[in-house]
Design a protein around this ligand. Structure first.
Ligand code: ZN
Ligand code: ZN
Length: 249
């Protein structure tokens, strides 16, 4: 028989959550507002902004002129037209991403979307369609939700942009990429993504949403699938990205 106390706890959890003071999403300290970081966490986060590489978003030490790209993008262009991230990958960015993904703190998707808004490209005449990086259906079934799709939904609600959660599918189940070198990662995700035959994204601009961008292999495979389907312009938008000084990938 299930012990009674956990059952009772589960039953009253939403009410209790509601009554508790808001906590910092980074460290759990009590804060004045829901989904607000405490000062210490705020100071510990590296928000990314201009000037940066027009294609991959790599921060530049100084302004390089409109459309300037970094040496790596010029030598070996990634399959997207632009990429932006809210934060450089660090302890707090990682904590928030993990709490959303594995801690089921789905309210954090709204926090991430709120921070992403300022990076949404303006396209009054040609608004982009928001497309989340999809999960394989088995993983979706296991976890119960796709964190990138939750972020995409909130971003669509805030910006009024259309969102398409079904056009891009993960057709191949891939192992976690952690511990693989860039070549192995590319190989692991090759052919993993495809557009549905009836998708309506041909000729459109797409804003591809991912939570964390490390090697970029997954997002690159998504961008290639979008391109193959006739998408005209792909901008990748993430919560956090690894900068070259963070590690070998
Ligand atoms: Zn904090
Ligand atoms: Zn670049």
């Amino acid at each position: 028989m299930m012990p009674l106390v956990p059952l009772l706890k589960a039953a009253i959890a939403p009410a209790v959550d509601f009554a508790l003071p808001p906590r910092c999403p980074g460290c759990g300290a009590i804060v004045a507002q829901d989904l607000a970081f405490c000062l210490a966490c705020w100071d510990g986060m590296e928000f990314l902004s201009d000037p940066c590489c027009a294609r991959c978003g790599l921060p530049f030490p100084h302004e390089m002129g409109p459309g300037a790209e970094c040496a790596r993008c010029i030598a070996d262009p990634p399959p997207w037209d632009g990429a932006r991230a809210v934060l450089a990958y660090g302890d707090i960015a990682r904590t928030v991403a993990l709490r959303l993904k594995y801690g089921r703190r789905i309210g954090l998707a709204r926090l991430i979307a709120r921070h992403m808004v300022r990076h949404v490209p303006d396209g009054v005449d040609d608004p982009p369609v928001i497309v989340p990086v999809p999960l394989h259906r088995w993983r979706l079934w296991n976890r119960g939700f796709n964190q990138s799709a939750l972020i995409a939904d909130h971003l669509a609600r805030i910006t009024g942009l259309p969102v398409d959660r079904h056009a891009l599918r993960r057709v191949k189940r891939t192992r976690p990429l952690r511990g693989m070198n860039p070549k192995e990662r590319d190989r692991a995700v090759r052919g993993a993504f495809a557009l549905t035959p009836t998708h309506g994204l041909a000729g459109r601009r797409v804003l591809l949403i991912d939570d964390v961008h490390t090697s970029g292999a997954t997002a690159a495979a998504c961008a290639r699938a979008l391109r193959r389907g006739g998408v005209r312009h792909v901008t990748l938008l993430c919560w956090a990205r690894a900068l070259p000084h963070d590690g070998p990938d």
